[in-house]
Write a protein that binds this ligand. Structure first.
Ligand code: SDX
Length: 380
């Protein structure tokens, strides 16, 4: 037996996939053949169709996807009641994970893993995730949930159910770009967890709930909330350097929004989000968060160069200031990530269920051997 250890499965190929290619050395990200920079003009629905079906939709295919998603956009009353029971201080990712898991109880066929049923559930989740997050936010503000507007896109309805106001075209476009950039990223931790969970042939809701649980972690999707918490703690551009130096001086100190297991250069999504953040800062006049982000990167570049390393911004870094300037509270950033990533998770579940193999790695045992049992009263 090969006893080579690959901690964190670093560099291990577990399967093939047709969905996403990442070149970590060049900073390239490709969804089904399209460079991510080509897709910033696409709506989130177009990219969902691309990820799920292998190519961008025709007008008819796009309208069909939108119509099907709209059929399930309204949440079951029981799930809304569950959200109403949540304590006001409940973390949004705890509430989202619980609500998605609860949706299974209201589904007429939650356990079927044939392609048609998986696609049906996936399309319903695509429509409902943004409404769940919007409903969460409205309830914790002490306001009534907003009934989704079937005439709005997924990005538009998301903003509408979050704020209760019909969003501007510009805000909808920013949300579309953010959802597209966060839609898919190969075998990241939460996608691997979703695929690994599905590999036992359990249901879609269980696999997606597992993915949400994994995404919440600060080393993964929780980083964008961590970035904004850090920026709010720092408070001004002048205090950034001190914060970075103090954090790096701590054992295993990590600056949220920097570094990546695959990218060894800047995450191409960070490049795009930086431009979005810069434009929003200029248009809103609220440039503080963007300027602090640039200063943080300057100090990180200098300090990592001293270590002979390049630890660059990842997708979470500039998304934090973008979401702040869109008016979202910091603890809603990771739920927004989950709203986007349902498309990537589902694309991978289609692949996993279609050609499944149980995921079951090994651990090299280093514990004791040959011990003999003694009855409890004879043990020292
Ligand atoms: C996402 O995988 C994906 O695709 C994820 C994602 C997606 O779309 O699904 O791209 C989304 O999760 C992006 C990552 C968000 N997480 C963060 O921003 C959290 C902060 N980042 C780090 O914790 C870290 O960079 C990881 C977890 C992202 C990657 O960690 P690795 O690959 O295990 O690398 P490591 O922690 O072993 O660090 C390697 C070196 C270390 O130097 P040494 O201590 O060995 O001398 O780089 C340094 C680290 O010190 N380093 C950092 C750092 N990240 C790496 N130093 C300071 N701050 C950081 N953020």
């Amino acid at each position: 037996m090969d006893e080579t250890i690959y901690r964190g499965l670093n560099g291990v190929n577990v399967d093939t996939s047709q969905i996403c290619f990442i070149d970590g050395d060049k900073g390239e990200l490709i969804y089904r053949g399209y460079d991510i920079r080509e897709l910033t003009e696409a709506s989130y629905e177009e990219v969902v169709h691309l990820l799920w079906n292998g190519d961008l939709p025709t007008r008819a295919e796009l309208e069909a996807l939108r119509a099907e998603a709209q059929e399930d956009v309204v949440l079951p009353d029981g799930v809304v009641d569950l959200l109403r029971c949540m304590p006001a201080g409940a973390g949004p990712m705890h509430a989202l994970r619980t609500a998605v898991s609860a949706l299974a109880a209201f589904d007429p066929n939650p356990d079927g893993v044939d392609h048609e049923n998986v696609r049906r559930i996936g399309t319903a989740l695509l429509a409902r995730m943004p409404v769940l997050v919007g409903t969460l936010q409205r309830l914790r503000e002490g306001k009534e949930p907003v009934v989704p507007n079937p005439d709005l896109s997924i990005a538009g309805n998301f903003l509408y159910t979050l704020t209760g106001e019909e969003p501007s075209e510009a805000a909808t476009k920013v949300m579309d770009v953010a959802l597209v950039l966060h839609a898919e990223h190969g075998s990241n931790a939460s996608t691997f967890v979703a695929r690994s969970t599905a590999s036992t042939l359990t249901d879609v809701y269980s696999a997606i709930t597992a993915g949400i649980a994994s995404l919440k972690g600060p080393l993964h999707g929780g980083a964008n909330t961590g970035v904004m918490n850090a920026l709010e703690e720092i408070g001004s551009v002048e205090n950034v350097e001190r914060y970075v130096l103090d954090t790096l001086a701590k054992p295993n100190g990590r600056i949220m929004g920097f570094g990546h297991r695959v990218y060894k250069v800047r995450d191409p999504r960070a490049n795009i989000l930086e431009h979005v953040a810069e434009r929003l800062a200029r248009e809103s006049g609220e440039s503080k968060w963007f300027e602090m982000s640039l200063e943080m990167e300057r100090v990180m570049d200098r300090e990592m160069a001293k270590k002979g390393r390049e630890v660059k911004p990842n997708v979470d870094f500039f998304s934090a200031s973008v979401y702040r300037m869109l008016g979202f509270p910091a603890d809603m950033y990771t739920p927004i990530f989950a709203v986007a990533r349902i498309s990537g998770w589902m694309a991978h579940l289609f692949e996993q269920y279609a050609d499944n193999r149980l995921v079951r790695p090994r651990l090299v045992y280093e514990g004791p051997r040959g011990k003999t049992f003694a009855p409890v009263d004879q043990r020292a």
